[in-house]
Ligand binder design. Structure first.
Ligand SMILES: [Zn+2]
Ligand SMILES: [Zn+2]
Length: 220
């Protein structure tokens, strides 16, 4: 397949995946909180949405085209291994990448995410921030695809949609869900909300173990 067609396909995949996940979370919010979804979409949000999905599609196209990733047929056990190992790797990559994004040199890439209020995460990631963070996916994926044929098209769909769904979960508006059935799932959103409120620390996204190990936990 030519690179143009591959890029169009991956872009369609990221666009469809992001919109489906945002739609699912908006539907859950309406059901659980009885509030209308408050998604404010402005020109800056649309620009960052385009930067985010184009950067993701560009990296995946390059990884497939250059042979960094070799696709195999789907296997549930091999995909489960890739997802499990990939999750641990991703937690560490995100933690250290996020700390780097808070250095003076890289903060301009991360600033849109911190200054955009009330928007879903896909509407505030610059292309540069996306490259710093999402490039981390390709190290375990490349190894899994070469060592044990652990990457199929389905694996890629699960990795990227799973990572994005967890990202949206970490950015849920905690106050709206407090006291609802979703409340127990909000640990990462509570921790990350303290990071967004300007507290130094809580660089991890889905878990707090690296913040605890490195002394950067900002507790309630
Ligand atoms: Zn940050
Ligand atoms: Zn955030």
């Amino acid at each position: 397949m030519g690179p143009g067609r591959l890029f169009a396909l991956t872009l369609a995949g990221f666009l469809g995946g992001h919109l489906a996940i945002l739609g699912a979370f908006a539907a859950i919010r309406v059901r659980v909180t009885r509030e209308a979804p408050r998604v404010r979409v402005d020109a800056a949000g649309l620009r960052y949405f385009a930067e985010f999905v184009i950067a993701e599609a560009f990296m995946l196209t390059a990884a497939l085209q250059l042979g960094v990733l070799r696709l195999s047929g789907f296997s549930a056990p091999r995909t489960a291994l890739t997802l499990g190992v990939g999750f641990l790797w991703w937690e560490a990559w995100f933690y250290f990448g996020h700390r780097l994004l808070h250095t003076r040199w890289l903060y301009p890439l991360h600033r849109p995410h911190h200054t955009t209020r009330g928007l879903h995460p896909s509407l505030s990631f610059s292309a540069g921030e996306t490259v710093v963070l999402s490039s981390g996916f390709y190290i375990p994926l490349a190894l899994a695809s070469r060592l044990y044929g652990g990457v199929s098209v389905e694996t890629l769909a699960l990795v990227f949609s799973g990572a994005y769904a967890l990202n949206v979960l970490s950015h849920l508006d905690v106050a709206a869900f407090e006291g609802t059935a979703v409340g127990p799932l909000l640990g990462s959103a509570r921790r990350h909300a303290r990071h967004h409120a300007g507290r130094r620390g809580n660089y991890g996204l889905n878990s707090a173990w690296l913040d605890r190990a490195c002394g950067t936990e900002a507790a309630g």
